[in-house]
Ligand binder design. Structure first.
Ligand code: PMP
Length: 401
């Protein structure tokens, strides 16, 4: 009955800790404080006045800076506002209301639209689908990305499958990076729907935590090579590079898709915030500037990932398995009766992302996955939270034994 006693002690302590969302810590945000003094000039490289309307696609110098990092040619990259999630949401709205290149009709006219959702995945992708009544079909993830045998079959057989959500590098929440073979198969596979799209959310493209950098194959180039040039929509942002609430986002795709995208956004806006774009160019400077900045993040974040790994290894033994990512923002923990563990943790003052959130409709059929977001708390709080979480896992396991 040791675990129940430990759990009672844990509740007694009256903790108030939060491991729910992948937010940068205040110290990480401090790394970008110089942005508050920038830009020093409102003139863009082409001499235009950044204070005024215009330049819907975004400054060329910023697109050139991020082109190699997102594996999209600068002329096929569009800079958006602070939230790539908003760009993803709006891209679906555009596809619903305006035919995407290659489509027979607007998505809103389709009797049914289906998106494949590799699981575990990012809950906010799923809520976008729920909002628009897009049916979600889970596809299991393995160590190389989604199970491609399943993806290929569903995409080839079912013309209602119009999209797949992918977080291809340091995935949310498992930390997996798609293998070259997975990316090649995604680019090359045949699709029943002529307007099938891969929603390539490369949110963690530069978020390495160690010297071992995951390399991702170039989806856009591979799609073009395999005769599916318009298949990929690439997304990214600086939310976890500079300031989560005041960064810049990106949309990248084929020339035809970019034209389609800009024709749609032209109806929404007369131009983006170019002072913020200038600020980011001045602050990050070049690819090496981004890498140097990300190393400072890694110095703050990696000890937290190590700590989670160490505490789970010590406290959980074989009561769970978890990922040990070399980048990104999340660790995925698999245990029995995840929902009960999360409820126990909540009662003990440790807030976790709801069990099931990593799956479409909030339903994890195996009730196993818990997403751990270790970046926000300081090391001491994180140790308390993960130790407490382990107590909850042990208490539930003991009770169910
Ligand atoms: N995509 C993924 C995979 C994420 O994990 C997050 C943040 N948790 C986002 C997108 C949100 O990006 P943004 O801040 O650019 O809207």
């Amino acid at each position: 009955m040791n675990a129940q006693r430990d759990y009672a002690d844990l509740v007694q302590r009256g903790l108030s800790l939060d491991l729910t969302r992948g937010k940068p810590s205040p110290r990480q945000l401090d790394l970008a404080n110089d942005l508050l003094k920038l830009p020093t000039s409102y003139k863009a490289a082409d001499g235009t006045d950044g204070r005024n309307y215009g330049n819907l696609q975004g400054l060329a110098e910023l697109r050139e800076l991020f082109a190699p990092l997102l594996q999209v040619p600068a002329e096929q990259l569009v800079v958006g506002g602070n939230s790539s999630l908003a760009v993803m949401h709006d891209t679906i709205v555009h596809a619903l209301l305006t035919k995407v290149p290659g489509a027979e009709r607007r998505w809103v006219e389709e009797p049914e639209i289906t998106f494949l959702c590799p699981v575990p995945g990012y809950d906010r992708h799923f809520t976008i689908c729920e909002r628009f009544g897009i049916k979600m079909v889970p596809v299991p993830m393995n160590g190389e990305g989604p199970d491609m045998d399943v993806v290929e079959r569903l995409v080839a057989e079912d013309a209602s499958v119009k999209g797949i959500w992918c977080v291809p590098k340091y995935s949310n929440p498992s930390g997996v990076t798609y293998s070259d073979e997975t990316v090649r198969r995604l680019a090359a596979m045949s699709a029943a729907a002529p307007d099938f799209r891969i929603f390539w959310d490369n949110a963690y493209a530069v978020h390495h935590l160690t010297d071992t950098h995951a390399e991702l194959a170039d989806l856009l180039a591979l799609c073009a090579e395999h005769g599916n040039a318009d298949r990929a929509f690439v997304f990214g942002s600086t939310s976890k590079v500079t300031l989560a609430g005041s960064g810049v986002s990106f949309f990248g795709s084929s020339p035809a898709n970019v034209k389609w995208f800009l024709a749609n956004t032209a109806k929404q806006s007369i131009g983006p915030d170019k002072l913020n774009q200038l600020r980011h160019v001045e602050f990050l400077r070049d690819t090496e500037g981004v890498a140097a900045h990300m190393r400072k993040h890694a110095e703050l974040v990696w000890p937290k990932f190590e700590l989670v790994d160490r505490v789970l290894a010590k406290e959980l033994g074989d009561l769970g398995t978890w990922t040990s990512p070399q980048g990104g923002y999340f660790i995925s923990l698999e245990v029995s009766h995840a929902a009960e563990v999360v409820a126990r943790a909540k009662a003990a003052g440790i807030a976790l992302t709801p069990a099931g959130a990593t799956h479409p409709y909030g339903q994890d059929p195996d009730d196993r996955t818990i997403r751990i977001a270790p970046t926000y708390p300081d090391l001491e709080e994180l140790e308390q939270a993960i130790t407490g979480l382990a107590v909850c896992v042990r208490a539930v396991a003991e009770e169910r034994a």
